[in-house]
Design a binder for this molecule. Structure first.
Ligand SMILES: *[C@@H]1O[C@H](CO)[C@@H](O)[C@H](O)[C@H]1NC(C)=O
Ligand SMILES: *[C@@H]1O[C@H](CO)[C@@H](O)[C@H](O)[C@H]1NC(C)=O
Ligand SMILES: *[C@@H]1O[C@H](CO)[C@@H](O)[C@H](O)[C@H]1NC(C)=O
Ligand SMILES: *[C@@H]1O[C@H](CO)[C@@H](O)[C@H](O)[C@H]1NC(C)=O
Ligand SMILES: *[C@@H]1O[C@H](CO)[C@@H](O)[C@H](O)[C@H]1NC(C)=O
Ligand SMILES: *[C@@H]1O[C@H](CO)[C@@H](O)[C@H](O)[C@H]1NC(C)=O
Length: 771
């Protein structure tokens, strides 16, 4: 023990010699008093260290720690900490603890906006992005350019309505996809393994947000601050909560954020059942809970849920919220204590969670840059070749080919002597990185990338920006389009059309975009290629059916490497395989109120339901849709026709035998569920002509859709790379308790007796569940 200590002292430079850019830290071994603090003793359990720390604080000091800007407690050598940093798809700007990149590090890898990352259906990539983000976060922290290591990402609310301005931040509309994304991104960021054996020291802290049922910004006179999301028990259990459960149970997230909106009349930041009973007790959440910014004030001033500010503070602290983004709780806690609305124990509970996370981040172990595990991560790890290649790979795998008549794509370079690039989204680097971004390592617009392929590339914006209602120059575009071999149009949306605090009202392309496209297509020598840059879906039915529009490509907001990725796809250096992670609805869908949270259709009122699981109307493109330059076939290899529930123990069998037509999961038990697992193998063959990567999506359907059974439900997916002519087996571990179960109207999970159908593309087979 003594030797270890000696080693530490030797490695620790005196404060005078320390670089000015070192991050702030506690428990400096060269400070003799720190040796007396149990909270500095790395050998003690986290809980004991946190408890010791909290016990040393005065009540005034404690209250100062309840906001996202937590001041220093100098007498104990504890520096200030800022809880709010952002890293949605790369370390970002935004947040009071975030960097402004004005130090040694000037940029960070900007991965595609999450919706395109969802389209890869490749869990390994999601983990790797998280890993890269965690590493860059540490590097930036180590260089003294960040004031915290707690990042408020991922956004894992379900993309419920196509108009949602922040849908772009999520991996889409499917609960399983979002659940997997949540767990893998979080594991990557925090330094956990891909398989999920969590590490004692967090590389960085991720945060599952916004808990829960948050997916509306501003629609008519309803804002996220005033919205009461009315959610059924059935929808809550099988749609809104699964990503959060997975983020906590499988991702081991160390942070959660409670949302602005009310859920069934209760603000989440003041909901004990949600924060404490469900998250902490049932899911075993271990970490801190932050309010969305000013969400405690919102309880009082917008929801009018509390009578006084002190009541709002009491609701939040007693519900289990630990830190308020904002200063409201810091301001009103003393009076709340005085009025007896909270006790010091309520504050201690919150502080315990807060300091536990800071200790788990290694911030109470002396200078973290000298701390063995993550201290050596340097600036060279930011924008590294590896991370930049990953950003390109994700964009390539995400891009979705929606239409390709006459095999117009891929273009062959020798056959393109001249190219017109037209559209407001063709030459805007900022647009590529969506929202919640940092400064990317590189800026290459699609126009610039294509100029690298074809020397004679002629560019016309056609209008000023995605709104396409200023500087409209359709005539000029038409003239250029008629003079070249091929035309590529870059249209879609931007952050002035969809973003935080801005939902859309229309699904149509804004302004004169449609006019621009059809005018250009009419005069072009060959059918034109349409590239859509947008997060939420657009109704491009007109382009789908127009024979003069030969190809449609969706590239989301593809991140810093997006321009290159699009060019590689258009010229066939990459065979597209991305699949839509959300339903593309027709414009008519906007007749339903955005405020209707029901997932299930209601024939009585004409309400059509939401997402591929419940919506049966026309689509522009369905969930899971995406073409390729190759043809793939899918076949089930193993066909287990029957699933016998009596593989489970006798006692359990007697118990569940009481249900006539279904088994309650809660009565089956974990051990029995384990025994029911079986593999399902799918043979995928690439019939050519190109090598390519293909996500394989495994669905389950029931014999009918009564009692709120989904039309189908994604139960597994993976991505496989195949050479032309190659075949491979993709194996899915099917867990009937998880994958065959459905949720009753009361919110209970059950497995039906009788038929179930597993489906991959055109293939389907029946599995019968019996006693
Ligand atoms: C919002 O507008 C709707 C429809 O115009 C109206 O029925 C409702 O009362 C309004 N709500 C508020 C809070 O103003
Ligand atoms: C809350 O109260 C304020 C006035 O104190 C009022 O303007 C507002 O409409 C109320 N909001 C709701 C949702 O009742
Ligand atoms: C809290 O108090 C500070 C100092 O008086 C003030 O600047 C700040 O606006 C207050 N915050 C809130 C949310 O009321
Ligand atoms: C263009 O459209 C946007 C909405 O997308 C609108 O906010 C803006 O006022 C319009 N500008 C003009 C010049 O019409
Ligand atoms: C793919 O298969 C379909 C159906 O067998 C066939 O019609 C189509 O021509 C094939 N396409 C390619 C590119 O091989
Ligand atoms: C629908 O399917 C369930 C489960 O297989 C079955 O119990 C039920 O009888 C079916 N209902 C109808 C109306 O076919």
């Amino acid at each position: 023990m003594r030797e270890t200590f000696l080693l530490l002292s030797l490695l620790t430079l005196s404060p005078l010699l320390a670089l000015s850019s070192d991050p702030p830290f506690s428990c400096d071994p060269s400070d003799p008093s720190s040796r007396n603090y149990a909270f500095c003793n790395v050998k003690l359990p986290i809980e004991q260290r946190a408890q010791d720390l909290v016990s040393r604080l005065t009540v005034e000091e404690k209250i100062t720690q309840l906001g996202d800007v937590a001041p220093a407690i100098s007498r104990l050598g504890i520096p200030a900490y800022k809880w709010w940093s952002e890293a949605l798809h790369g370390v970002a700007y935004g947040g009071r603890g975030s960097t402004n990149y004005d130090g040694k590090i000037k940029s960070a890898t900007s991965f595609p906006q999450v919706i395109l990352t969802g389209a890869t259906f490749n869990p390994l990539l999601w983990y790797k992005i998280g890993e890269a983000v965690g590493t860059e976060a540490r590097a930036i922290y180590n260089s003294g350019q960040l004031q915290g290591l707690t990042f408020w990402a991922p956004n894992i609310n379900i993309f419920r309505d196509p108009r949602w301005g922040r849908g772009q931040e999520t991996p889409g509309e499917d609960p399983l996809t979002t659940s997997k994304y949540a767990a893998l991104f979080v594991r990557g960021v925090q330094g956990d393994s891909y398989q999920g054996r969590h590490v004692p020291v967090l590389k960085a802290s991720a945060c599952c947000k916004h808990f829960t049922a948050y997916d509306l910004e501003r629609w008519g006179n309803v804002t996220r601050f005033t919205f009461n999301a009315v959610v059924t028990a059935q929808d809550l259990e099988d749609t809104y909560q699964p990503p959060f459960k997975s983020c906590v149970e499988d991702g081991h997230a160390s942070g959660m954020m409670c949302a602005y909106n009310e859920v069934n009349g209760v603000p989440p930041c003041g909901d004990y059942n949600l924060l404490t009973k469900l998250a902490r007790q049932e899911w075993k959440f271990y970490g801190y809970i932050v309010s969305d910014c000013d969400a405690v004030e919102v309880i009082q001033d917008f929801h009018n849920y509390s009578k006084t500010p002190e009541d709002a503070v009491a609701y939040a602290l007693k519900a289990g919220m630990d830190v308020n983004c904002g200063s409201y709780v810091q301001n009103y806690s003393a009076s709340a204590l005085q009025q007896g609305k909270i006790t010091e124990a309520d504050i201690n509970r919150a502080l315990h969670n807060l300091f536990s996370v800071r200790i788990r981040l290694g911030l109470f172990n002396g200078n973290p840059t000298r701390y063995k595990k993550y201290g050596s991560i340097g600036p060279d790890q930011v924008c590294s070749k590896e991370h930049q290649n990953l950003a390109l790979e994700v964009a390539l795998q995400g891009i979705v080919l929606l239409k390709n008549n006459y095999n117009l794509l891929p273009l062959s370079k020798p056959q393109v002597s001249s190219l017109a690039v037209i559209g407001p989204n063709a030459n805007n680097a900022e647009l590529l990185v969506g929202n919640y971004h940092g400064p990317p390592c590189i800026n290459i617009t699609p126009l610039q990338a294509l100029q690298g392929y074809i020397k004679d590339t002629r560019y016309v914006a056609g209008c000023g920006d995605a709104a396409c209602n200023t500087s409209v120059t359709i005539d000029q575009a038409v003239q250029v389009a008629s003079s070249v071999d091929y035309v590529v149009l870059f249209v879609g949306l931007d952050q002035n059309q969809e973003r935080e605090d801005l939902d859309r009202y229309s699904l149509l392309l804004p302004g004169a975009q449609k006019d621009l496209i059809t005018s250009v297509a009419k005069v072009a020598k060959k059918p034109v290629i349409l590239v859509l840059l947008c997060g939420g879906p657009v109704d491009v039915s007109f382009a789908k059916s127009d024979p003069k529009i030969g190809a449609i490509v969706w590239a989301g907001y593809p991140g810093q490497a997006g321009g290159s990725a699009i060019a590689q796809v258009l010229f066939g250096e990459h065979n597209p395989g991305g699949k839509l992670p959300l339903t593309w609805y027709p414009q008519d869908y906007t007749r339903i109120p955005m405020t209707d949270m029901n997932m299930r259709a209601n024939p009585a009122t004409g309400y059509p339901g939401r997402t591929y699981r419940f919506y049966k109307g026309e689509t522009v493109f369905p969930f899971g849709y995406g073409l390729s330059y190759s043809n793939y076939s899918h076949k089930f290899v193993s066909k287990t026709g029957k699933l016998y529930m009596n593989t489970i123990t006798n006692t359990q069998r007697t118990k569940i035998a009481h249900n006539n037509d279904h088994y309650h999961i809660s009565e089956i038990g974990l051990d029995a569920c384990e025994k029911l697992k079986f593999p399902a193998t799918v043979r995928v063959e690439n019939h050519g002509p190109m090598e390519g990567r293909q996500p394989v999506l495994l669905f389950l359907r029931w014999p009918n859709e009564t009692n709120g059974r989904p039309a189908k439900q994604l139960i597994g997916f993976d991505s496989v790379h195949l050479k032309a002519g190659e075949a491979a087996h993709v194996e899915f571990a099917v867990s009937p308790c998880e994958h065959f179960s459905r949720v009753t109207e009361e919110g209970k999970r059950v497995i039906d007796k009788g038929s179930h159908f597993m489906m991959v593309e055109e293939e389907e087979f029946e599995i019968s569940v019996m006693d």
